[in-house]
Design a protein around this ligand. Structure first.
Ligand SMILES: Cc1ncc(COP(=O)(O)O)c(C=O)c1O
Length: 496
């Protein structure tokens, strides 16, 4: 238990000198109540008597007497020379019951918005709480250069510059935007100005900004199916009409959408590495998509979430690099190239939209931590970022090869592997078509190994059952053991 060094703040505790009830009685009853309600955890340090007396405008002796009384009753205990603490009360259930009774006074259904039940059903939250092999979408956290990052971060913190502790510009820190401009030109062939970049809290926030700045409720958007669940569900949450577009060998099936759906305002796509199937959008399809966007006045959101990791050939330039009409909004993320907890991403848009995105950013969440932004800018500008990407490309290729080798050796009766030339996960189609991939995933989770079923990414599409295995976060030495355990678990528990 972490002890608060300064003691609890008791900001809501008020004493009324005019109430007619003696001050010590009021204080005693209130502290007792707070402890019984479970609002003060056991071992929480109480404020010093002098401090509480001054905060409440009463005498120190009154506070002292109250503490002594509560110590005598067993609510508090004192440690010589250290302070007074909340006691661990035997009947723990009492706290929980009191709290539950209070909560129960308002039925849950009345307290939630109509959207809440829907939010609760979203599969975007299908995530296990810990990072384990073979969780898709998680980079090699074991290989992250923590010391270099800590240096970059502490350099910012130690710089005697108050600006980094403030809010900063809502579109993001200029140094970081410059570093991103250089990065996307070098890696993705995108030419842009820093004034076109908005720094976001991950790609997910960039998608929300697109909705806020460009869409009305009931507007139609076209979205890949299977596709990124968090985009699809966050759009539907805002009342936007999401139409599902299947994927063929060339990527986003534009023809399918044009023939069936009313015109879209925004098309969401992952052209460099379709999520989750891994298809790379063909050049023809890219040109058709841009042509359609230009003719119809529709926007294309290019989600370029993991394009740093290609293993056989060089990645095609970004779709945005082909766009001469300013219809593509490019979204990048550092969740895969560095680590997800960083919560940093960016949106590159035509110059005339940038101001609206920055304003929307302010309303949505003010801005993104300037300390993190400056640390990342330093990390990129001194070459550490590129060095990390190069190392990860090698490591991920080795991890991918090892996973393929093990799945082929120990589980060839269960899975048929899809080709995997890029990204951080591979798809293993189940050979037994009668199996539900969710059931197989649950069976694997039960033995402490991670994966995701293909079906959770599908909206209207019904694909054959399959699993996503993330290899990036799986240390090579554990891969074999994990594959043996998961394949045995499937054979032992399911009819294969
Ligand atoms: C398709 C896709 N896009 C973007 C992201 C990145 O999201 P964020 O930057 O919010 O972590 C992910 C992460 O899982 C993803 O799968």
């Amino acid at each position: 238990m972490v002890k608060k060094t300064g003691g609890a703040l008791f900001s809501t505790l008020k004493i009324d000198p005019s109430s007619g009830t003696p001050l010590y009685r009021q204080l005693e009853v209130k502290i007792r109540q707070i402890i019984l309600n479970g609002q003060l955890a056991a071992e929480t340090r109480m404020p010093a008597t002098r401090q509480l007396a001054s905060d409440l405008g009463i005498s120190r002796l009154t506070v002292k007497n109250v503490y002594e009384q509560l110590i005598a009753e067993g609510f508090l205990w004192a440690k010589q020379g250290s302070g007074t603490y909340v006691a661990r009360i035997q009947n723990n259930d009492f706290h929980a019951q009191t709290f539950a009774r209070k909560q129960g006074k308002v039925p849950l259904a009345q307290r939630l918005s109509a959207r809440a039940a829907w939010i609760g059903r979203s599969k975007a939250t299908t995530r296990l709480d810990r990072v384990r092999a073979f969780r898709p979408g998680i980079p090699a956290l074991d290989l992250f250069p923590r010391r270099a990052w800590a240096d970059a971060y502490s350099t910012v913190l130690r710089a005697n510059n108050d600006d980094y502790l403030g809010y900063g510009p809502s579109s993001g820190l200029e140094d970081l935007k410059q570093a991103i401009v250089e990065h996307v030109l070098d890696h993705r062939g995108i030419e842009c100005l820093s004034s076109q970049v908005t720094i976001t809290s991950g790609a997910q926030q960039a998608f929300s900004l697109v909705a806020l700045a460009l869409l009305e409720p009931e507007d139609i958007v076209w979205m890949e199916d299977p596709g990124h669940i968090a985009i699809r569900d966050s759009m539907r949450l805002l009342g936007i009409d999401v139409r599902s577009v299947p994927i063929d060998a060339e990527g986003f099936c534009l023809d399918h959408a044009v023939r069936r759906y009313p015109q879209s305002r925004v098309m969401f796509t992952t052209p460099s590495h379709q999520h989750p199937l891994g298809v790379v959008m063909s050049l023809n399809r890219r040109l058709e998509l841009l042509d359609y966007a230009n003719q119809s006045g529709s926007w294309v959101v290019e989600d370029d979430y993991d394009s740093e990791f290609h293993y056989t050939e060089r990645a095609l330039p970004a779709l945005q690099a082909l766009d001469s009409d300013g219809r593509v909004l490019y979204v990048g993320s550092f969740s895969k190239s560095l680590f997800p907890a960083l919560r940093l991403g960016y949106l590159i848009c035509p110059p005339d939209l940038a101001r609206s995105f920055a304003a929307a950013q302010t309303l949505l969440s003010q801005n993104v931590s300037l300390l993190q932004q400056k640390a990342l800018a330093n990390f990129m500008l001194d070459g550490s970022f590129n060095a990390h990407i190069r190392k990860m490309r090698l490591a991920y290729r080795q991890r991918r090869d090892r996973l393929i080798e093990c799945l082929e050796r120990y589980a060839s009766d269960l899975f048929e592997l899809a080709p995997c030339h890029a990204g951080m996960h591979l798809i293993a189609w189940l050979k037994a078509p009668q199996l539900s991939d969710s059931e197989v995933a649950e069976c694997i989770w039960a033995v402490g190994i991670d994966c995701l079923p293909v079906s959770i990414f599908c909206d209207k599409e019904r694909l054959r059952p399959g699993l996503l295995f993330g290899f990036a976060c799986a240390a090579e030495i554990h891969i074999e053991r994990n594959v043996i355990v998961l394949s045995e678990a499937i054979r032992d528990n399911l009819q294969v």
